[in-house]
Ligand binder design. Structure first.
Ligand code: DX5
Ligand code: ZN
Length: 217
């Protein structure tokens, strides 16, 4: 099985955003990943609706929006209007996760739940059948270019078991520190979606790196 590659725009060059999107449109990436940060849930502030809307107008790819914000339920409709196809909220940011998940589905988006490195996967047991995707953070959220946390491999295995047990079609996405050295193993463990920021955008030939990631089995 190959994986869906979702380059993270956080590491793109915003001065040349149009040509970055053109490059991504011509690449083997099926999804584009957007890291929305509010400076509260994570110690960094990134971008919001306008960037997503701008890219939506320039790209046919699936827009995968990862919200690292508190109270994400306040903005579900706005992200749908901006063009999000998949909307992921953090387990740690939602007191009423089940309600938020339902609201995202009602807004006609695919729904994902992200967990931080310290959050065990078993906490998702009761919500898992409702989810289109689980995003396992393999770095502490907030910044691109960090080192992959090795315990992620154990979390993927546990999540795979839980998905098999409940019989859902939930995708597994891994986000943070993904590179050409660990991507093969992640795919062999059953990861469906690989987010890659630094690995793609700091490469001399990003399109070639995306091609290499997308060719791994
Ligand atoms: C981190 C973000 C990631 C990040 C990944 O908070 O969620 O999507 O952009 O970047 P790399 O691939 O550089 O670790
Ligand atoms: Zn992300």
């Amino acid at each position: 099985m190959t994986a869906i590659i979702a380059p993270s725009l956080l590491s793109a060059n915003f001065a040349t955003l149009h040509s970055e999107i053109t490059m991504l449109n011509q690449s083997d990436a099926s999804w584009l990943h957007f890291d929305v940060m509010d400076g509260v849930f994570v110690p960094n502030i990134s971008f919001g609706f306008e960037i997503i809307k701008t890219v939506r107008a320039l790209s046919e790819k699936t827009l995968d929006v990862h919200l690292m914000i508190v109270q994400p339920e306040r903005y579900i409709t706005r992200f749908k209007q901006a063009g999000a196809d998949v909307l992921t909220v953090h387990y740690e940011a939602c007191d009423h996760l089940h309600r938020v998940v339902e609201e995202i589905k009602e807004a006609n988006m695919k729904v994902g739940v992200a967990i931080n490195p310290h959050t065990p996967v078993h906490l998702l047991e009761d919500i898992l059948p409702e989810l289109d995707m689980v995003l396992i953070m393999s770095v502490n959220p907030g910044f691109g270019g960090q080192k992959f946390i090795e315990n992620t491999y154990n979390k993927i295995l546990k999540l795979q078991e839980m998905i098999l047990e409940c019989g859902s079609n939930t995708l597994i996405e891994v986000d943070g520190g993904v590179n050409l050295s660990n991507a093969g193993e992640l795919i062999s463990l059953g990861v469906d979606v690989l987010v890659a920021g630094n690995t793609v955008f700091s490469a001399p030939n990003p399109k070639e790196v995306i091609h290499q990631l997308a060719s791994l089995k």
